[in-house]
Design a protein around this ligand. Structure first.
Ligand SMILES: C[S@@+](CC[C@H](N)C(=O)[O-])C[C@H]1O[C@@H](n2cnc3c(N)ncnc32)[C@H](O)[C@@H]1O
Length: 437
C-alpha cells in the first residue's frame, strides 16, 4: 500500500528505538510499515475493535517487531499514557453526535470519529512524539471542526500535510466526497514552516514530489483558523473577507421534508415562489423551471419563518458534483415578490445571521460575476477539499468593496450563459490583472 509507505515516510528518522502506537490497526499494515523502518528494540501497541482482525494485526506486526501488544478494544475504552514516540492511524470517517474528549489542556469538542481518534493519538504522544494520520481534508475548514482545529494548533506543531488531489484514481472506490490527506503533527513548539504537498500523488515517493514550505500564519484564515493549502494568490491580497464588506451569507430556510405539506406544483393565492439549486441557470436564477421539484409554497410558508423579502440577491449552490469543473455556482436573483429558498442554496444579502436585507441590485449582479471567476473558485479549492460549499467558508472569501461590485455589474450583462473566459477577462481588466486590449 503506497499510501502506508508515504505516511510512515513522514516520520523523522532516528536510530533510537521508538514506541509506536497504531490506532484502529485493522490488519496492522500501518504499524508494521513504521516498525519495519524503526530501530531494533522498538515496540508497537495496536488497538483494534474488531475481534476478527486481531490475529491479522498480530501476525503482520510480529513479522517486523519483537515487542508487540495488540489490544482488542475500542480506542475510547483504553487508557493510554503519554509515552509514545510515533502514532500512526487511518481512522474510520463517520459523523458522530458532538462529544467532548477530556485532554490535559481542557475538553475538546469532536464531531467525527476521525478527529476523536486524532485527539486520542495526540494525547498519547510523549514530548517530541510525532503523529501521522490518513484523514479527510474536512477538518481544515468549516464551522464543524473549528474547536478541533483550535485545539490541534494549540496542542502541537503542524509539520506537514500532503493532500491527494480529488481526482486520484487511488481513492475512487472509497466513495467519499472529500479529498484525502496525510497529516503530520508533533508534540513540540510549532516548527517555522509547514511542508505542504498540495497535489500529492500516492504512487510516487513524496520526496520526489513538489512541496512548499510556508509559515503556519500565512496559511491561517479568519478567527476560526481555517487552513488553506496554498499561499493566498497575490491578486487577492488587498481584498477583505466578504463578511467585512457589509455582506452576509445565509443558508436557505426551507427544509423540504419538514415542510412537505406546504410545497405546491402551482401558484396558489398568497403563495410564494420557491427556489432550489435546479433554478440556477448559468449566472441567473430562473423561475419557474421544469424539474421534479415543486416551484411554489402555499401561503402557509408565512407562518414558518422561511420567507425572504423581495429584492436582489446572489445565490450559491451548497453542493457540487465531484466531476464538476467549478465548486462555486453563483446566480443572480432579482425578485419583485417575497420568496422561499431551499436549504441546499446559500443566499448572500446585506443583513446579519438574524435578519435578511436584500442587496443593491448592481451589487447582487457584480457579486455574481465576482463569485463566478476562476480565481475565486481556485481560492475556494485551497480552503476546502469537499464538494460542499459552506456559508462559513464563503464569508471568508476575498471580496471587493460593494461599490466596486456595482461597477463590475456595468461591465458585463449576466444571463443564463456562463462564459468563463469573458467573466475572468472582465474582472481581470477591472482590477488590472490582465491588460486592456
Ligand atoms: C479505515 S480502517 C484502517 C485499518 C488499518 N489501520 C489500515 O490502514 O488499513 C479503520 C479501522 O479502525 C477500526 N475501528 C473502528 N472503530 C474503532 C474503535 N472505536 N476502536 C478501535 N478500532 C476501531 C476498524 O475496525 C478498522 O479496522
Amino acid at each position: 500500500m503506497p499510501v502506508a509507505e508515504q505516511a510512515a515516510g513522514l516520520f523523522s528518522h532516528t536510530d533510537a528505538p521508538v514506541r509506536i502506537l497504531d490506532l484502529g490497526s485493522g490488519t496492522g499494515i500501518l504499524g508494521a510499515v513504521v516498525a519495519g523502518q524503526s530501530a531494533r528494540g522498538s515496540s508497537v501497541t495496536a488497538i483494534e475493535k474488531d475481534p476478527d482482525l486481531i490475529a491479522y494485526s498480530e501476525d503482520s506486526l510480529q513479522q517486523v517487531c519483537d515487542d508487540v501488544r495488540v489490544i482488542n478494544a475500542s480506542v475510547f475504552d483504553v487508557w493510554l499514557d503519554a509515552e509514545f514516540d510515533r502514532a500512526i492511524l487511518n481512522p474510520p470517517y463517520k459523523k458522530i453526535k458532538p462529544m467532548v474528549i477530556g485532554t490535559a489542556s481542557g475538553g475538546v469538542k469532536v464531531t467525527n470519529l476521525y478527529t476523536a481518534f486524532l485527539v486520542i493519538a495526540i494525547q498519547a504522544l510523549a514530548d517530541g512524539g510525532e503523529c501521522v494520520a490518513i484523514v479527510p481534508r474536512s477538518w481544515m475548514n468549516g464551522e464543524y471542526f473549528k474547536d478541533f482545529r483550535k485545539w490541534l494548533l494549540a496542542e502541537c506543531s503542524l509539520d506537514a500535510v500532503a493532500v491527494y488531489g480529488s481526482r486520484q484514481e487511488h481513492f475512487k472506490d472509497m466513495d467519499i466526497l472529500q479529498e484525502i490527506m496525510l497529516l503530520k503533527v508533533s508534540k513540540r513548539p510549532q516548527v517555522d514552516t509547514v511542508t505542504i504537498y498540495d497535489d500529492a500523488s500516492p504512487t510516487t515517493p513524496l520526496s520526489e514530489q513538489h512541496a512548499d514550505s510556508m509559515p503556519l500564519a500565512s496559511l491561517l484564515l479568519g478567527r476560526d483558523h481555517m487552513l488553506r493549502i496554498r499561499q493566498q494568490d497575490d491578486r487577492l491580497i488587498d481584498f477583505k473577507p466578504l463578511c467585512e464588506r457589509g455582506l452576509w451569507v445565509s443558508t436557505g430556510k426551507l427544509v423540504w421534508f419538514r415542510n412537505r405539506d406546504i410545497l405546491s406544483d402551482t401558484d396558489t393565492p398568497g403563495g410564494y415562489p420557491l427556489y432550489w439549486m435546479d433554478n440556477q441557470d448559468g449566472l441567473v436564477t430562473e423561475h419557474p423551471v421544469q424539474c421534479e421539484r415543486p416551484q411554489w409554497t402555499t401561503e402557509e410558508a408565512a407562518n414558518r419563518n422561511i420567507v425572504l423579502p423581495a429584492g436582489s440577491y446572489c445565490f450559491v449552490g451548497r453542493f457540487s458534483a465531484k466531476e464538476q469543473l467549478r465548486r462555486i455556482h453563483a446566480s443572480y436573483l432579482g425578485s419583485e415578490v417575497p420568496f422561499v429558498v431551499d436549504n441546499k442554496l446559500n443566499y448572500i444579502h446585506r443583513g446579519t445571521s438574524r435578519t435578511t436585507v436584500p442587496l443593491d441590485d448592481a451589487v447582487a449582479r457584480g457579486l455574481t460575476l465576482w463569485l463566478s471567476t476562476s480565481i475565486v473558485d481556485e481560492w475556494y479549492r485551497q480552503i476546502s477539499g469537499s464538494t460542499q460549499v459552506n456559508a462559513t467558508d464563503l464569508r471568508q472569501l476575498p471580496c471587493p468593496e460593494q461599490r466596486q461590485l456595482a461597477a463590475l455589474a456595468d461591465l458585463l450583462p449576466i444571463d443564463g450563459h456562463m462564459d468563463q473566459m469573458r467573466v475572468d477577462q472582465t474582472v481581470g481588466r477591472m482590477f488590472s490583472w490582465v491588460e486592456t486590449s
